[in-house]
Each structure stands twice: as C-alpha cells, then as structure tokens.
Design a protein around this ligand. Structure first.
Ligand SMILES: NC(=O)c1ccc[n+]([C@@H]2O[C@H](COP(=O)([O-])OP(=O)(O)OC[C@H]3O[C@@H](n4cnc5c(N)ncnc54)[C@H](O)[C@@H]3O)[C@@H](O)[C@H]2O)c1
Length: 301
C-alpha cells in the first residue's frame, strides 16, 4: 500500500477499540504494517471475555493492509518486550510506537481506593514507560550499529493531565506524568533518531460516551466532530517520517481542531537576593498573582 507510512512498521497499544482502533486503521490506510495490541479489558481494567485486537487486525487485512495481533498487557515487562519482538519477528523492523492503552476508575479523592490509584497509574504511566523503554533500547542498538532510525513515539495524555479533572485524580496525575515522560524521552532519545510527542485527544469512545452522549454529526456537512477517526490523522503524521524536526510537543486534537499546547513557563517573578520571612513571602506572592495569568479551569470544577 502507498501512503505517508509506506514501509513503516507501527505498534499501537489498546488498538482494539476507540481511538487506538482508529489510529491502527489510519496507519494501515497510509501503508504501515501494524501490530495491533489490546488486552481486551473492561472499561475499568477488569478482565473481559473479548478479543478486540483480532477484530481490528481482520479489518485491516480486509481493507488490503497488513496487521498482526498482540494481546498481552503492555504494563508488564513481558508484555512490553513481546510487543517489540512481535514487530521485529513478524516484519523485521519497528518504526513507530503509539502508546494509547488505558482505562479509568473515577472517584473523588476522598473515596479513591489505593487499588484504584495503583491500577490507573500502572496502566497509563507504566503502560507508557515500558513499551517506550523496550522500543528505545531497540532503536539505540540500531543507531549504535550505524543504522540510525527515523523512529517516532506518540504518547497519549489528556486534557485531564494538562488542566486537572474533578473525580479523576488518579487519571489526571498519570496523564500529567505522561507529558513529563514525553519531554524527557524527546530529550534523551533525539541522538538515536527518535522523536517523541504527545496528544491530548477528545473523542466519543466507550470511555467518554456519557460525556459526549449528545454530540452528533452536523446536519449540513455530516461531519461528526467527536468521531475518534478525527484524531488519527495527526497521530499518523507524527508517526511518519514526514514529521521530521517535531519532538517534545503536546497537541490537543478534537474534531477538526489541532492545538499546540504551551506548557509551564516562568510568569511574574521577584528575586530579592535574600531570604523572605513568611509574611513578606505572602505579600510578594499576592503582588505577583495580581500580574499573573489565571490558570485554565479544572474540568468539572
Ligand atoms: N476518548 C477520549 O475523549 C479521551 C480523552 C483523553 C484521553 N484519552 C485517552 O486515549 C486513550 C484511548 O482511550 P479510548 O477513549 O479509545 O478508550 P477505549 O476504552 O475505547 O480503548 C482503550 C483500549 O485499551 C485497552 N487496554 C486497557 N488496558 C490495557 C493493557 N494493560 N494492555 C493492552 N490494552 C489495554 C482496552 O482493552 C481498550 O480496548 C486512553 O489512553 C485514554 O485515556 C481518551
């Protein structure tokens, strides 16, 4: 198949449904051979008798593309390692990793159990780190062998990680961590030919079907702004060789809109060159806050 990813091998985690499925199909339509990962869990991460990765791989093949199924848990070392070896053993190479798998366990902080904290931090943060680490080790070996790759990683954050979201303390903290991981990975891996970016998507999937329940296609154009397929073109471009030079960035993607998110940077500041008393610190902070930009509202606040 021709397209901007012709010849590339792309791994997409959590590609059995929702955004990951849309990404996998979009990569295949642009000529990539795709490793379709999905453990097939329920919305809260508990076991579910489903094998959605096989369905998506079949869809890709029916459309004339190439795909292989990987149905392991990407938040385990074995699962993340075999994700990379599946690409190498099946197709002989790995070019792009899209970290996307995840689930929710929403609760207000006072009701959030340790298990719900651990499970969500694990699937998102560890579930990004481990595949990234195994893929990066492969690409570093390639670079050291004189075959510097044109490698790409696209991570999945969320508006919840950028602004915070009421009832999603575990998820927001994980998604904020994914942004920091993206920045560090972009800085560390540039020398091996690896670019690392993150998206904060919004789309109607089983994860958000209640939030976006009332959204529908525009009657005049038929454009369904909340379809997951709207987010995938940006992911495919970031995952292609065409995005050369773009790394360490975070993009919001929703409907027909792409936004470059601009991160933390110093605002109003004073340095008196000596230690403050607490009262003086308070007075100074009050003055600085009067000059500072007001942060965006936390979702749901
Ligand atoms: N839908 C949105 O509006 C939205 C907004 C912001 C961020 N996100 C993020 O986008 C990503 C995809 O979400 P979605 O809305 O498509 O949800 P989804 O529930 O439709 O899909 C997530 C998939 O990940 C799989 N998965 C979960 N744990 C796994 C594991 N350990 N190993 C392998 N696969 C696993 C699930 O089986 C599921 O098929 C998530 O990281 C989510 O947090 C989504």
């Amino acid at each position: 198949m021709s397209g901007i990813c012709a010849g590339r091998v792309v791994v997409v985690t959590g590609a059995g449904r929702g955004l990951g499925r849309a990404h996998a199909l979009a990569f295949a339509a642009e000529g990539a051979r795709v490793v379709v990962n999905d453990l097939g869990v329920g919305l809260d991460g508990t076991p579910h008798p489903d094998s959605p990765a096989a369905r998506v791989a079949a869809e890709i093949r029916e459309a004339g593309g190439e795909a292989v199924v990987h149905a392991a848990d990407i938040a385990t070392s074995e699962g993340a390692a075999s994700l990379v070896t599946t690409a190498l053993e099946t197709y002989g190479r790995l070019d792009t990793l899209v970290n996307n798998a995840g689930f929710l366990r929403d609760r207000m902080l006072v009701n959030l159990d340790e298990d719900d904290w651990d499970a969500v931090v694990r699937v998102h943060l560890k579930g990004h780190f481990l595949p990234l680490r195994h893929a990066a080790a492969h690409w570093r070996a390639e670079a050291k062998a004189g075959r510097t790759p044109t490698a790409r990683i696209v991570n999945t954050s969320s508006g919840a990680g950028l602004l915070g979201s009421v009832g999603q303390g575990n998820y927001s903290a994980s998604k904020a961590g994914i942004v920091a991981l993206t920045l560090v990975a972009a800085a560390e891996l540039a020398r091996y030919g690896v670019q690392v970016n993150a998206i904060a998507p919004a789309a109607r999937t089983r994860m958000t079907e209640r939030t976006f329940a009332d959204t529908m296609a525009a009657p005049d154009t038929g454009f369904d702004a909340m379809a997951p397929e709207n987010v995938s073109p940006l992911v495919v471009w970031l995952g292609s060789a065409a995005s050369e030079g773009v790394t360490g960035r975070v993009f919001e993607a929703e409907g027909g809109r792409i936004t470059v998110m601009e991160g933390w940077r110093p605002g109003p500041t004073v340095d008196r060159g000596a230690r403050w008393s607490p009262a003086e610190a308070g007075e100074t902070v009050t003055k600085l806050l009067a000059e500072a930009t007001v942060p965006g509202a936390v979702y749901g606040a």
